[in-house]
Design a protein around this ligand. Structure first.
Ligand SMILES: Cc1cc2nc3c(=O)[nH]c(=O)nc-3n(C[C@H](O)[C@H](O)[C@H](O)COP(=O)(O)O)c2cc1C
Length: 207
């Protein structure tokens, strides 16, 4: 298991209630200077894909932008290189020329969901933001299950938890995940994973 703070705490201690499923997506929002912020975020969502809850930390740019503008775009993608780079704030991604400048839709996404904030609870460090989908689209097919892609998602979460999780735990997890990338990954999964390993190595070393 990796960072427990990224797991749903909404299921805990509630026997008999439907379990909440988290979709690991990428959220774009508009920064104060008009540039695009791109950030992986878990969305608690059901199959209707009509509304969901985001839980950004108050320290995140996503939280600040959503609080200021009340809208953004959730993307479903299998582009793990983009996810890896966005997780540590080193992203070069293209957004489409939208007729509405507030909509920053990633060019290489499978599906996108423009949303508006309906509720914002910032009582805790990790906030709860209710979102209503107001427009959506499909660009290309999702690749499908791949262990290396999932390993990159886990590695990206680890990379965002440097300084919070134990260093040794992060190194051990990366070592375990590297086997999955080696066995089942293509070029893009290898590039994404190597990028994250280098990022972590720069911060805490890998011995
Ligand atoms: C798969 C994945 C899911 C994540 N989910 C969340 C989340 O739900 N809330 C959060 O605050 N950070 C989450 N993170 C970490 C943020 O993406 C990361 O801290 C990012 O740097 C925040 O960017 P921002 O400050 O530009 O919004 C997630 C990271 C990954 C890789």
């Amino acid at each position: 298991m990796v960072d427990p703070t990224h797991e749903s705490s909404q299921n805990a201690g509630k026997p008999g209630r439907a379990r909440q499923r988290i979709l690991e997506g990428i959220v774009t929002t508009v920064n104060e200077d008009g540039t695009t912020n791109i950030s992986p975020m878990g969305a608690t969502i059901d199959e209707t894909m009509s509304h969901f809850v985001l839980r950004p930390y108050q320290t995140s740019t996503t939280f600040r932008n959503l609080g200021r503008l009340g809208e953004g775009v959730l993307h479903v993608t299998d582009d793990v290189e983009l996810l890896a780079r966005a997780a540590v704030g080193q992203v070069v991604a293209q957004v489409s020329d939208a007729s509405d400048p507030r909509r920053r839709i990633l060019t290489d996404t499978c599906r996108w969901y423009v949303f508006q904030v309906t509720e914002l609870d910032s009582q805790q460090a990790r906030t709860n933001i209710g979102c209503q989908v107001v427009d959506q689209g499909h660009r290309r097919e999702f690749f499908g299950f791949n262990r290396a892609k999932h390993a990159v998602v886990e590695a990206a979460i680890l990379a965002t938890r440097v300084g919070i999780l134990d260093d040794e735990q992060i190194r051990n997890e990366l070592c375990r995940l590297s086997i999955l990338v080696e066995k089942t990954g293509g070029d893009s999964e290898h590039r994404a994973f190597d990028f994250l390993v280098q990022h972590v190595a720069d911060k805490i070393g890998l011995e």
